[in-house]
Design a protein. Structure first.
Length: 73
């Protein structure tokens, strides 16, 4: 084992991005990143849906109802 080098990342499915020269993140760093991502996602999910999105969904529903005159979507 060479001094100053950490664990290495395994090859990914296509073998392109990971290799012997690609350092892997240790479990502590991965855990911290995961915790931060979960916190950001939870915060995002607490935000209201923007009015523009609600309007777009309503427009799509009206359009779908016009295309299916028998009431079936």
């Amino acid at each position: 084992m060479s001094e100053g080098k950490g664990p290495r990342a395994p090859l990914d499915e296509d073998g392109a991005a990971a290799g012997p020269d690609q350092p892997a993140l240790d479990r502590n760093v991965q855990g911290r990143i995961g915790s931060h991502l979960r916190a950001m996602y939870d915060e995002l999910m607490q935000q209201p849906i923007p009015d523009r999105f609600v309007d777009l969904i309503a427009e799509l529903e009206r359009s779908a109802a016009r295309e299916a005159p028998d009431g079936k979507s």
